[in-house]
Design a protein around this ligand. Structure first.
Ligand code: NAP
Length: 159
């Protein structure tokens, strides 16, 4: 399983249920990378989807303990169930948020990390893969600058 996330310099990923700074280059990278794949999101992140609707052109999976059905989503009630379901897909990405990344990280061996080189106040963080011995940065896929903010799309792999 793979994951995709945008992190600020302190590995913050969100505040008050949303991303304080979201670059259009990163949104494009996300759309292109996850196109046609299964995507797994926590119920709070789904609340931040455009119109709270499933992402088009992807198989949408929701992790929740409180909702039995969410239109357009396959509902899973545990990370284990989501990991089993992921086996039925050619590609499956964990797409957040914080609690779901943390719980699903052990199932992932590839991580697409967009580093957005700024720091904004966050209440949700991604584990710092640069400090984890079992992960390494394998490749820089893209880099650029938008609105004066430098960014890099990096591919991390589990050793
Ligand atoms: N920077 C990025 O790339 C990125 C990407 C995605 C999200 N985010 C940010 O991340 C933040 C949201 O993250 P979050 O941690 O607050 O919420 P979240 O992970 O999106 O969703 C949490 C919800 O998922 C469900 N859940 C979690 N663990 C579960 C389990 N073991 N079994 C069943 N259901 C489970 C629960 O839903 P129920 O309460 O319904 O049971 C829980 O309340 C937002 O700020 C968002 O903008 C950032």
């Amino acid at each position: 399983m793979e994951l995709i996330v945008a992190v600020y310099d302190d590995w913050g990923i969100g505040c008050c249920g949303t991303q304080p700074i979201a670059l259009s280059a990163d949104r494009k990278f996300f759309r292109e990378t996850t196109k046609g794949a299964m995507v797994i999101a926590g119920r709070k992140t789904i609340g931040d989807f455009p119109g709270k609707k499933p992402l088009p052109g992807r198989v949408n999976v929701a992790l929740t303990r409180t909702m039995q059905e969410i239109p357009g989503f396959t509902v899973c009630t545990s990370p284990e169930a989501a990991a089993e379901l992921a086996k039925t897909a050619q590609r499956c990405f964990v797409i957040g948020g914080g609690s779901v990344y943390r719980q699903m990280l052990p199932y992932c061996d590839t991580a697409y990390i967009t580093k957005v080189h700024t720091t904004v106040g966050c209440d949700t963080y991604f584990p710092n893969l640069d400090e984890m011995e079992d992960w390494y940065m394998a490749e820089t896929l893209l880099s650029g600058e938008e609105d004066g903010i430098a960014y890099e799309m990096l591919l991390y792999r589990r050793k």
